[in-house]
Design a protein around this ligand. Structure first.
Ligand SMILES: C[C@H](NC(=O)O)C(=O)O
Ligand SMILES: [Zn+2]
Length: 565
């Protein structure tokens, strides 16, 4: 019998019980999950079509390639690069052979190039190859995803996804959190814009307008860590970019994985099982195409867990390894729960675990203690440099982490129709993130499709929630570890007290609402998402940015965008 048939029969049995009147809260909770069938509620041929659509979109995305930038290519009379001349009527690049994949080649160009023309070419070519071809498939996908959601009693796929958070108005709660965090983001944005303007000039980077998205070191402008050579507050002082050290010391991906594992076991948490080391894929294979976006896999038998990552020897990938290993640790901690409860308390918790440990592992003193950083001084400048680097990741990300599913929820609800998919994407990117496209966009484009989670149909609000809740975890684990002093100096390494508290939360899986898990984490203090810990962590940087931004326009005028989308 096919899995969906088996699933459907179990579901039918479960729905025959008046489970909502059950007195046992755990059994009632189990039934509330088992009676949601998900996409298997679709008729067989539609389920088949939906699965094939997602597979096709993932394949297009993960095999997309672009051509090398060639500055001698066609130029307009004014000398500007004529990037329209390079694509034929079907928007395929002409006169070249696409050979560059997103990982590692294109990602590296976006991180390292300081040529706005090359960055603009690569930014566009990636969207021609990976986003645009998905537009019509995505429209059909939305119809089927909504049909499946309605068969499960939800008004649309967005409502189905939000139900994971077991709260009446998730959107409203998140908007309130963003309203408090937005000023911090605007100050970071203003400072980074000033430094980029000093580098590229006012013709390229506007004084009080949005930042052109191709200059921020990342294909989606979602993390700005690769601008730090241009933006670091005190150049020459300690910086936590340890890529050079990793390479100099001969680190290979396996050593980086062992380093991350050792942090988990130092807390008294579990090592990776033997099979993990035998079956994980940690470097990009040369004999076949794989989906290189890093991922963690639980094979639901209590022993088989794997990570798939096209690992490079960089600081960024060392952090990603901690992130992915956090998923595996969570999987291991709840493996004794009934099957239906083997999941994160909410998806944001699952994304937070690894990042919480990375908050300790990234501190200058921790990096020094494992020999990746030398002569760390305790100066104010080093402190600000460290906090700034962390903000380029954690604060820069917030509006992007919020807007991806704001866009998707509106598409699922029909508030954004088929004819305004790209326009609405750029409205959100401009209003929330303060970034603008490096060239005009229209409804032939499908820029959301150029971000993995859209073709792969992976919800994204979980990362916005993770970037808030991980600081709540960090604050409580630091307290358990007996840390005194500023929160951003805390390193829980080797604290079994912190490890035990973390285990107590993770081992619950989804057996209790995440609000109850938060009460356990905070020893009864709060059951809600709380931005106080992230604001406490970055407090010294906030003060510094405000002083640096005196005289600077904080925020952005959309009308001043160099290119109106
Ligand atoms: C933040 C998110 N992380 C992940 O997918 O693991 C991303 O990469 O866009
Ligand atoms: Zn993740």
């Amino acid at each position: 019998m096919e899995w969906s048939e088996f699933h459907r029969n179990k579901w039918k049995q479960a729905t025959t019980f008046a489970w909502k009147n059950f007195t046992n809260p755990l059994v009632r909770r189990m039934f509330s999950f088992v009676t949601v069938l998900g996409k298997a509620a679709l008729p067989k041929e539609k389920l088949q079509e939906l699965s094939e659509l997602v597979q096709d979109m993932k394949t297009t995305y993960s095999t997309a390639k672009i051509c090398k930038y060639d500055s001698t290519q066609r130029r307009l009379p004014n000398g500007d690069y004529d990037y329209y001349a390079d694509f034929d009527a079907e928007d395929n690049e002409i006169g070249c052979v696409p050979t560059l994949s997103l990982e590692p080649e294109v990602t590296q160009i976006m991180a390292r190039s300081r040529d706005p023309e090359e960055l603009r070419y690569v930014w566009r070519a990636w969207r021609e190859a990976a986003g645009k071809p998905l537009r019509h498939k995505y429209i059909r996908f939305v119809q089927l995803a909504n049909e499946a959601a309605r068969l499960n009693g939800f008004e649309d796929a967005g409502a189905y996804w939000r139900s994971d958070y077991e709260t009446d108005d998730l959107h409203k709660e998140l908007q309130e959190l963003w309203d408090v965090l937005r000023p911090l983001y605007e100050h970071l944005h203003a400072y980074v814009r000033k430094k980029l303007r000093e580098k590229y000039g006012e013709k390229v980077v506007p004084r009080s307008g949005p930042i052109p998205a191709h200059l921020l070191g990342n294909m989606w402008a979602q993390t700005w860590t690769h601008t730090q050579d241009l933006t670091i507050p005190y150049p020459g002082r300690t910086s936590v970019d340890v890529t050079a050290s990793l390479l100099r010391q001969g680190y290979m991906p396996l050593h980086m994985f062992r380093l991350a594992e050792e942090f988990f076991t130092s807390l008294g948490l579990d090592p990776m099982p033997l099979g993990f080391w035998q079956k994980s894929l940690i470097v990009k294979p040369t004999d076949r195409e794989v989906v290189c976006h890093a991922s963690a896999w639980d094979f639901c038998n209590g022993i088989d867990y794997r990570i798939k990552q096209c690992t490079r020897v960089t600081t960024e990938d060392l952090i990603t390894i901690h992130h992915e290993m956090g998923h595996i640790q969570y999987d291991i901690q709840y493996r004794n729960q009934p099957f239906i409860f083997r999941d994160g308390a909410n998806p944001g918790f699952h994304e937070a675990v690894g990042d919480v440990l990375a908050l300790s592992a990234s501190t200058p003193h921790h990096l020094q203690s494992i020999g990746l950083l030398e002569n760390v001084d305790d100066s104010y400048e080093t402190d600000i440099n460290f906090l700034f680097t962390m903000a380029l990741d954690k604060i820069a990300f917030l509006p992007f982490g919020y807007l991806v599913d704001l866009w998707r929820w509106e598409v699922f609800s029909g508030k954004t129709g088929e004819l305004s998919l790209n326009r609405r994407w750029w409205e959100l990117r401009l209003s929330l993130q303060g970034v603008s496209p490096p060239l005009p966009r229209d409804e032939d484009d499908f820029d959301p499709g150029a971000k993995f989670h859209i073709p792969a149909n992976v919800p994204y609000i979980r990362y916005f929630i993770s970037f808030i809740v991980q600081f709540q975890f960090h604050a409580e684990l630091c307290k358990a570890a007996g840390h005194v002093g500023p929160l951003h100096h805390c390193d829980i390494y080797r604290s079994h007290k912190a490890g035990t508290l973390l285990r107590n939360v993770l081992s619950l899986g989804k057996s209790r609402p995440w609000t109850e898990a938060l009460l356990i984490l905070t020893s009864g203090k709060t059951s809600k998402l709380d931005v106080k810990p992230i604001l406490e962590y970055f407090a010294p940087l906030i003060a510094w940015l405000k002083s640096q931004n005196r005289g600077e326009f904080v925020g952005w005028r959309v009308s001043e965008a160099i290119v109106q989308p």
